[in-house]
Design a protein around this ligand. Structure first.
Ligand SMILES: NC(=O)c1ccc[n+]([C@@H]2O[C@H](COP(=O)([O-])OP(=O)(O)OC[C@H]3O[C@@H](n4cnc5c(N)ncnc54)[C@H](O)[C@@H]3O)[C@@H](O)[C@H]2O)c1
Length: 362
């Protein structure tokens, strides 16, 4: 089993990564000072696949376990379903020393973390992520939240989990499109922080897509190490942590304008990563051959890299202006300078972005 430490003083925790480790979660929980009442939060899709294994392990370890399910989908990541979680927690009398286990993808992780951070002013939670995106990104770092009808992830907290427990075997049931969306975030880590990880993605595509255990464990471990390192240095995104938003400034606008239906988050980020690399090139910050490599790796995994021709440039610009990453009218970008190194850049004019969005693909 691989282990990574997220170093945050008294809020520090481990990320454990292994094959077929779901059964080990119960014994692991005994090491924390928890009350015997625990609840799993999941959705019917994931719970039907992995719920029994996790539940049996937790019960065998002597805990009293309740299950809370919420419907499967981003549209249920809202305050209404948080309310449902609170209702259940109060009904089953979870106390301040109880814990929640988030079993699922990023939607389950985000809403469970949010409920945990607010129930009785904050209780423990454990992330058991089952999508690649959640394993490499959303389960680590303590950003929790739900959507508001006027904006995605607009209500949230910083609340670190006690443990992240990653069983890579769960990826075997994940739909291919979801797996690829997770790969986009791994490509992001390569571009922002680690040229070797990027090289590995270029060379080992087939192994990764076939879920070769060593290859997939390596990319998850490296991604978690990078995220852990960045979060340890800047837990609340006052500086460095913003580099994790590479590809997200344009990517988020694409998701918003397309009503969150056309692209998965990772797919929109893939387009955003290439366009933001080109923007960096337009400003003379990165060489063309580096940008071409970024595009080539995105394309090789079957992810989109170009903005669809039917997408309205004006709407994209408007959405970027309203984004929570835009402060006092200044859009913040993460620009690659070379693969493995980025810089935070403010003050790009709307005209430059318009030129980029209206320019022909390279
Ligand atoms: N907190 C953060 O730092 C952070 C970072 C990135 C994204 N997010 C959030 O994460 C969410 C997206 O997460 P996601 O991409 O994991 O989507 P998701 O949670 O919706 O999961 C995608 C789909 O895969 C299914 N699924 C999950 N695991 C499975 C498995 N092992 N086998 C079969 N099916 C499985 C789910 O039921 C769902 O239908 C968004 O809400 C986004 O805002 C949060």
């Amino acid at each position: 089993m691989e282990k990574i430490r997220v170093d945050l003083a008294e809020r520090s925790y481990n990320i454990s990564i292994g094959n077929n480790i779901l059964e080990g979660i119960g014994e692991k929980l005994k090491l924390f000072d928890l009350s015997p009442r625990i609840a799993i939060v999941s959705n019917p899709t994931v719970f039907s696949l992995y719920g029994d294994r996790v539940s049996n392990s937790v019960k065998k370890a002597g805990f009293e376990l309740s299950t809370i399910t919420i419907p499967d989908g981003e549209e249920y990541k809202d305050l209404l379903w948080v309310q449902h979680i609170y209702d259940e927690l109060l009904r089953i009398k979870l106390d301040r020393s109880s814990a929640l286990i988030a079993l699922g993808g990023g939607v389950i992780g985000d809403i469970t973390g949010f409920a945990a951070s607010t129930y009785m002013r904050g209780i423990s939670y454990i992330q058991v992520p089952t999508t690649l995106l959640a394993q490499v990104d959303s389960s680590v770092g303590g950003k929790t939240g739900v959507n508001h009808k006027l904006g995605k992830n607009m209500i949230g907290t910083f609340w670190q989990p006690r443990l992240v427990w990653i069983d890579v075997e769960t990826l075997k049931t994940l739909p291919k499109r979801e797996l690829l969306a997770g790969i986009a975030e791994v490509i992001k880590y390569g571009v922002i922080y680690d040229g070797e990880l990027f090289d590995f993605l270029e060379v080992n595509k087939d192994k990764i897509l076939n879920l070769d255990s060593r290859a997939i464990t390596y990319i998850i471990k490296r991604s978690c190490e990078i995220k852990a390192d960045v979060v340890s240095k800047d837990e609340r995104e006052s500086g460095l942590r913003a580099i994790l938003n590479y590809g997200h400034t344009i990517g988020h606008a694409i998701e918003t304008v397309s009503g969150y239906k056309r692209f998965l988050h990772g797919e929109a980020v893939a387009i955003g990563m290439f366009l933001e690399a080109r923007l960096s090139q337009m400003l003379g910050l990165i060489d063309k051959d580096q940008v071409s490599r970024i595009k080539a790796v995105i394309d090789s995994y079957g992810l989109p890299s170009e903005m669809p021709a039917d997408m309205d440039v004006q709407s994209i610009l408007l959405s970027m202006r309203l984004d929570k990453k835009t402060v006092a009218g200044e859009m913040k970008f993460i620009f690659p300078e070379k693969i493995g190194q980025v810089r935070i850049h403010k003050g790009v004019t709307e005209n430059t972005i318009r030129d980029l969005l209206q320019s022909k693909p390279i």
